[in-house]
Design a protein around this ligand. Structure first.
Ligand code: GDP
Ligand code: ZN
Length: 321
């Protein structure tokens, strides 16, 4: 019996594909029955990005091979502790949750100012969610060739709001190639989650990062996986220049975390920093005298757009759950 550690790069039905990253050598795996979670709201015990321990029967033919069909099937015996993970709930009220990805180094939140038009409160909820999950976020402003010259003020204002909050904002265009090399460089050596509403240009960006990838088709063949249910939403791709991307369809589904009202401000990094100066603790930053967050909004060091998103989330936290 041989044993090893590897990363889950695809989950399709009851089958998994593992790779001993950083080496991109794929082999199929199944779960040992007892790992399956009982009485848990999580529907998948193992997710893309998980580091797992596996056992492989050496007497079976081959060994880890180049494709998923060359080697024997490994048995996942243990999921190693996660640094972080992103959850999606089937519906707002559902108790069932699905782990989209684990051990993510960076989330790239792809938005376009106009095509389709971004709503800042929506972006802010995604950013809060990343903060809650402990995943650093970078904002990708896509398709800038289409609007930046015509809407220079708005584009600069967008940068000011989010860079002021502490986020990196990268302008990109797959038409001019702007920003692509910067993201490619930043992806090296990391597991990166790329997320964006349909139509923002996520697939185009992935193809620009690595022309050999076609996210609409997927890159890992599942023909040899056990269980012929091969629908797989989440899959990790290797970038030929280094690093990995996980393509995550849609953003809406992961704007759903359980937060107490009093906690929300902690996940706006610029408000968290300012709140050290508030006279009262806890402070909701709404009506309290001596509130440093409100002073910062008045002084213009916290963007009113971000503060308004915060107020919206306070009012609306039923929907946010
Ligand atoms: P996805 O749904 O987020 O994967 O978006 P796609 O990559 O399929 O892109 C949606 C549409 O936007 C397509 O018609 C693309 O050709 C177009 N598009 C994507 N990126 C850019 C860009 O940087 N500039 C321009 N002008 N169009 C883009
Ligand atoms: Zn305050």
């Amino acid at each position: 019996m041989t044993q090893g550690e590897a990363t889950v790069v695809k989950n399709a039905g009851s089958g998994y594909v593992l790779a001993p990253l950083p080496e991109w050598t794929l082999f199929p795996a199944v779960l040992r029955g007892k790992i399956r979670l009982k009485q848990s709201p999580i529907t998948n015990p193992v997710a893309v990005g998980d580091r797992v321990r596996y056992e492989m029967d050496r007497h079976a033919s081959g060994g880890p091979g180049k494709g998923t069909g060359d080697g024997p099937t490994a048995v996942i015996t243990e999921v190693l502790p996660r640094r972080n993970y992103v959850i999606r709930r089937s519906t707002n009220l559902s108790r069932q949750a699905h782990i989209i990805a684990a051990n993510v180094d960076m989330a790239y939140i792809i938005v376009s100012l106009y095509f389709p038009e971004i709503k800042l409160p929506f972006l802010d909820r995604i950013l809060v969610t990343c903060e809650v999950y402990g995943i650093p976020a970078t904002i990708v402003l896509s398709k800038v060739d289409l609007y930046r010259d015509e809407a220079r003020e708005q584009t600069e204002a967008f940068h000011a709001i989010y860079e002021g909050a502490g986020y990196r904002v990268i302008d990109t265009s797959v038409v001019t190639g702007e920003g692509v090399a910067e993201i490619r460089e930043a992806c090296k050596g990391h597991i990166n989650l790329l997320s964006g509403e349909s139509g923002v240009g996520k697939s185009s960006l992935i193809k620009a990062l690595d022309p050999s990838l076609d996210p609409k088709v997927g890159v890992i063949s599942t023909a040899h996986l056990q269980g012929k249910h091969t629908t797989s939403l989440y899959e990790m791709y290797p970038l030929e220049t280094g690093g990995y991307v996980i393509d995550s369809p849609g953003l809406r589904g992961f704007g759903l975390v359980d937060l107490e009202k009093g906690e929300i401000a902690r996940y706006f990094p610029e408000m968290l920093r300012a709140s050290e100066g508030c006279r009262f603790t806890p402070c909701t930053h709404t009506h309290e005298p001596g509130c440093a967050v409100k002073s910062a909004v008045e002084a213009g060091t916290i963007a009113p757009e971000r503060y308004n998103s915060y107020l919206g989330m306070l009012e609306d936290d039923q929907k946010f759950r």
